[in-house]
Design a protein around this ligand. Structure first.
Ligand code: R5P
Length: 302
């Protein structure tokens, strides 16, 4: 196995350090700064010539800035004659914009995939992207890793009676089924309609939820509107208030703590694919460094 050269973007240094620690390597020494006019500038302070390079960046918080930094790092590695460049995106922004929902819109997921290729990246690693169909947007090998088994283990102690794993929308039904199979309980999903960036409506529930305790699971919790609408729909359908809501990516933006606090849900579980705790909600975090370092180790050995 060749030793990977890790280029850590600045979006989530703690996760990059944890991945490096698990792989027993030190991240490549580099400089990443902004010029006074706001432009990004990066410089590798040691060579990666001929090496198997992994750019690690979660594109959240400032998704455009984080993405641009990852592209800069990949380009710097490519120009230094790296052997191969892989981008590891623990969270990949823009994945939800995978089609034109209305009229004259940009299909941003495709645009970003094209930018990734243009930066000289040979391969990407994605952790539970919004849709696995995203793979088709990348003209390069795409390794998708899933935190579902980790979420299942975190949820298992909460399965103390009749339970059901519920996706808050149809798009997440497959994820919910996988998690339900691991827990040995049935799966269901809510019919959700998005009526605005922070507004969703959810009424119908598909699956048997009456007199069961739901465990909600989604790929991400952003504003919390989806989880709140799903919890209300479940109670209206005769189930208990969900015991927990779990998601791979906890963005917690736009008043999410207040919105989620209104649901009555007693436990939220996310991974550390994004930095920072969500204030004011009962939150447990599952680490994904072993998962991502394992993927890198596998790819290095290939
Ligand atoms: C959308 O289809 C996603 O899977 C999530 O359900 C959604 O992005 C969550 O967003 P929010 O928390 O803002 O409702």
């Amino acid at each position: 196995m060749s030793r990977p050269a890790l280029l850590a973007g600045s979006a989530h240094p703690a996760l990059a350090r944890a991945i490096a620690g698990a792989l027993e390597v030190s991240p490549v020494d580099l400089k990443s700064e902004r010029f006074p006019d706001g432009e990004r500038h990066v410089e590798l302070l040691e060579t990666v010539r001929g090496r198997d390079v992994y750019v690690i960046q979660s594109t959240a918080g400032d998704p455009d800035g984080a993405l641009m930094e990852a592209l800069h790092l990949a380009d710097a590695a490519r120009r230094d004659d790296a052997g191969r460049v892989t981008a590891v995106f623990p969270y990949f922004a823009y994945a939800r914009q995978d089609r034109r929902a209305g009229g004259r819109e940009c299909v941003a997921a495709r645009l970003v995939a094209d930018l990734v290729k243009a930066a000289g990246i040979d391969r990407v690693v994605l952790l539970d992207p919004h849709s696995t169909a995203l793979e088709g947007f990348f003209g390069m090998p795409c390794e998708i890793v899933s935190a579902v088994p980790l979420l299942a283990e975190a949820l298992r102690p909460l399965v103390t009676g009749p339970a059901v794993v519920v996706s808050p929308d149809l798009g997440g039904a497959k994820l919910a089924s996988q998690l339900a199979a691991l827990l040995g309980v049935p799966a269901a999903h809510v019919h959700k309609e998005r009526t605005g960036p922070t507004r969703v409506s959810a009424r119908r529930v598909a699956g048997e939820v009456r007199d069961r305790t739901p465990l909600l699971v989604d790929d991400m919790i952003s504003t919390g509107s989806t989880i709140k609408a799903a919890a209300a729909a479940l109670v209206a359908a005769g189930s208990a208030t969900p015991a927990a809501a779990a998601a791979t990516h906890g963005l917690f933006v736009g008043g999410a703590a207040r919105t989620l606090g209104e649901t009555g849900i007693g436990r939220f579980i996310v991974t550390d694919s994004l930095p920072g705790p969500a204030p004011g909600i009962p939150l447990a975090t599952v680490g994904v460094a072993p998962l991502l370092s394992g993927a890198i180790a596998r790819l290095c050995g290939a």
